[in-house]
Design a protein around this ligand. Structure first.
Ligand SMILES: [Fe+2]
Length: 396
């Protein structure tokens, strides 16, 4: 071992026993210029611990791209493809992403007016706000007191045509400081979580699966999600749940025949559980906002039918039913004590296992605060693997 791995400092809200295998600060290596041996260790660590933090890093867009590409040398395009495509211009993501001209796989994200940055003359960045996305909103009065919400829990992925990236890197260049804010779930549970201003929040997909009761584990291991084509256009007029975990069903989605022209063969049907390539663990990975249908396999021979959901399998096409089942599988995993909200410092680099965690932005900045981050991920050269036969025998 040439690199040093130190457990991340957890907030007092976290249940430390659920984070033993999650999150490490990496010391003793420069992520902008690494040897083959060092990369092998970084690669193993990201799949083992899901979130790696490097502190006090200087990293050019070219170096950030090279780091991400090392995980998947055949990958090339940004996870959402060309920002100038018709679909991306109509997508809910369009106001949050600006490509660095000379390294378009790296996006400038953040908040406020930025001038003369890496070849970009004038850019107005917009931090995602739940007010433009959720069905209900925190009142202006509460927002002034620092109440906020998780914006949208997701993996970084187009969920149509392009495969979900293996890793994402987030590099904090300008990080405005301010008082902690309170993320309110507003789902009747009374759950809330104190988060640093502009925190990126992470939950482990492995923990999300591990804590489920047996009947939901059995459903998860047998299920696949069918995502809507161009789901970020499809959901453009729909409104999200107050937890940021999926959409409300109000029939506001763009009809399939009014989306940019799409092909059936590029629609993605992805397993609910993604198999970790290093540990073999199962991570519950759903980007619920884009989910349209659920396909459930029947129980394997020999499995007990008692208490089983859909023992003979099912193809659930009703949007409300699909969303309710996904919510049951995911909501336990975003409990306040299972969330790691990263407290960003300038020159922090986070490299996360995009196929092993779910994450969300949160918070609201003052008008004069400027935040600059570089984000990079690449549409993968393969698709995530689901559970194998042994997993089915164990969990179905
Ligand atoms: Fe993201």
């Amino acid at each position: 071992m040439t690199i040093e791995l130190v457990p991340l400092r957890l907030p007092s809200s976290a249940n430390a026993s659920k984070f033993l295998g999650f999150g490490r600060e990496v010391k003793g290596v420069n992520p902008g210029s690494f040897t083959y041996e060092e990369f092998q260790e970084i690669e193993e660590a990201v799949y083992k611990y899901d979130v790696l933090l490097f502190r006090d890093i200087t990293l050019s867009p070219e170096q950030q791209y090279a780091l991400v590409k090392a995980f998947d040398p055949e990958s090339e395009s940004y996870s959402h493809g060309n920002s100038q495509s018709e679909a991306n211009k109509k997508s809910i993501l369009k106001s949050h992403l600006t490509s660095i001209p000379r390294q378009p796989q790296v996006q400038l994200i953040g908040q406020g007016e930025v001038h003369y940055h890496e070849g970009l003359a004038d850019v107005k960045l917009q931090h995602p706000s739940h007010k433009s996305f959720h069905k209900t909103h925190v009142s202006d009065e509460d927002e002034a007191k620092g109440i906020t919400r998780f914006y949208r829990w997701h993996q970084d992925a187009a969920l149509y045509d392009l495969a979900p990236p293996k890793v994402t890197s987030l590099y904090g260049i300008s990080v405005p400081q301010g008082p902690y804010q309170t993320c309110r779930y507003d789902d009747g549970t009374g759950d809330e979580l104190s988060v640093p201003l502009g925190a990126t929040s992470f939950v482990s997909g492995k923990t999300m699966f591990d804590i489920l009761p047996p009947e939901l584990k059995s459903l998860a291991v047998r299920s696949k999600v069918k995502y809507a084509p161009y789901c970020f256009v499809w959901m453009a007029h729909a409104r999200a749940h107050s937890t940021g975990l999926g959409m409300e069903t109000e029939d506001l989605e763009v009809p399939l025949n009014e989306l940019p022209s799409w092909e059936e063969s590029k629609i993605q049907i992805l397993p609910v559980l993604w198999k970790n390539p290093i540990t073999g663990g199962l991570h519950l990975q759903i980007s619920a906002c884009g989910a349209a249908e659920l396909l459930v396999d029947s129980l394997p021979a020999g499995a007990t039918r008692e208490g089983a959901l859909y023992p003979d399998g099912a193809h659930i096409t009703n949007l409300k039913d699909t969303r309710e089942l996904l919510y049951k599988m995911q909501r336990p995993g975003i409990a306040p004590n299972l969330v790691y909200p990263h407290d960003w410092q300038e020159k922090d680099l986070i490299l996360f296992h995009n196929r092993g965690i779910t994450h969300s932005a949160a918070g609201a900045f003052q008008k004069d605060q400027v935040r600059k981050f570089h984000q990079c991920n690449l549409a993968a050269s393969d698709f995530p693997l689901g559970p194998n036969e042994d997993d089915l025998k164990t969990w179905a």
